[in-house]
Design a protein around this ligand. Structure first.
Ligand code: DQA
Length: 137
């Protein structure tokens, strides 16, 4: 089974960025542990701060992989381009967020991706990614 985690802008700063909201573990540390726990899955990871690069990656994997775990970060709330990419592929996408976006500012309540996501997991810290992975399994 081939699953990819795709992270959007500023998530490269996890562990350093607003640690009261996002925690103090870097994504690489979390990802290494997740891979160790799930040795039979072909699990890969891609992060970009650039909208077009995220779209390119979604298109590249979106007809071949078994699942995409997507945290588009701020682009969740703004990007019709990423929403169209999610709508245009055949691989199921689970939208995840570390924080509970519905308990935060109102601009975070809107997701352009949600209508075409298989499901949404929000607010469980980095465990949101793990829950999404379990759902694909
Ligand atoms: C986030 C929530 C977004 O609103 C925010 O822009 C992020 C991270 C989360 O994982 O909680 O960068 O997607």
């Amino acid at each position: 089974m081939k699953i990819i985690i795709i992270n959007g802008p500023n998530l490269n700063l996890l562990g350093k960025r607003e640690t009261n909201i996002y925690g103090d573990l870097s994504f690489q540390e979390f990802f290494d542990e997740l891979k160790e726990k799930n040795p039979t899955i072909k699990l890969s990871y891609f992060q970009s701060n650039i909208e077009g690069e995220l779209i390119d990656k979604i298109q590249e994997v979106g007809f071949d992989y078994d699942g995409i775990i997507l945290n588009a970060a701020a682009y969740t709330h703004t990007s019709i381009g990423i929403a169209d990419a999610v709508a245009g592929i055949t691989t199921p996408v689970i939208e995840v967020h570390i924080s509970n976006t519905y308990s935060r500012e109102s601009f975070r309540h809107k997701s352009y991706l949600a209508p075409n996501a298989k499901g949404i997991i929000t607010g469980f810290g980095l465990q949101s990614y793990e829950l999404a992975l379990q759902s694909f399994l």
